[in-house]
Design a protein around this ligand. Sequence first.
Ligand SMILES: Nc1ncnc2c1ncn2[C@@H]1O[C@H](COP(=O)(O)OP(=O)(O)OP(=O)(O)O)[C@@H](O)[C@H]1O
Length: 263
Amino acid sequence: MDLRIDGLCVTLNGQEIVRRLSLDVANGHVVGLVGPNGSGKSTALRCVYRALRPSSGTVWLGGGDLFALSLRESARTVAALTQESGSDLDFTVEEVVALGRTPHLRGNQPLSARERDLCRHAMERLDVAHLARRGVLELSGGERQRVLVARALVQEPRVLVLDEPTNHLDVRHQIELLSLLRGAGTTVLVVLHDLNLASAACDRIGVLSEGALVAAGTPAEVLTPPLIKEVFGVDAAVVPHPMTGDPQLLYTLLSPAPERGRR
Ligand SMILES: Nc1ncnc2c1ncn2[C@@H]1O[C@H](COP(=O)(O)OP(=O)(O)OP(=O)(O)O)[C@@H](O)[C@H]1O
């Protein structure tokens, strides 16, 4: 399903946080949203999973206005993994994963055999099946993050929205998660801080700066030294990945400020 963000504006407490953001995610594509801290990435994403109503602009899902759908219909269509997800859930891992089916169930209807299989399969894919009976609150940050991704997958969403999903994950689980997103065939909009992972995982990247989109295109079009300097204030060299050819950024540390009183 296509996702189109069209002229999105968000004003909070009289401050314009997102300014006329337009960004398309074609059906089955992975689009990354990157930008400095406070540039409005999470705020824009919140409009896509309906935690926030934009001040103006439209989020189109497959040609229909997201905010015109019933809450149940949009919960079936869009799954979100957010910074706030699941930190208040005092349930076992398997119970939390099963909650992903909630938008598809009526009342207290139990899960079908297919749905139980779906949950088991998602736990295996996210390497949390061995934790099934553990309480989520006693897991490490990375384990819990993987449980929440499994929950999002069992929702069988047509659009998946993730805010820094690699947060807390070790390098193997980061790579596994992004590979899974690339291979899922689902429309994905993902906020990432690691520009090299974004380059490897995304078909296209949008760059936000002070609430406005300043660049959008393929990783090679967007991740250029002048843009990185302008948006992040950092000098970077861009080299092709020796195995994949994806553009990869190399940084150097900033020169330390001269110490006072020393020559
Ligand atoms: N409810 C709110 N009321 C007022 N200002 C807010 C609110 N929520 C966010 N902001 C402000 O909006 C700006 C953008 O925040 P947002 O969380 O969208 O940025 P971000 O790009 O996701 O940042 P980060 O990379 O640090 O996660 C910040 O300056 C933040 O302080």
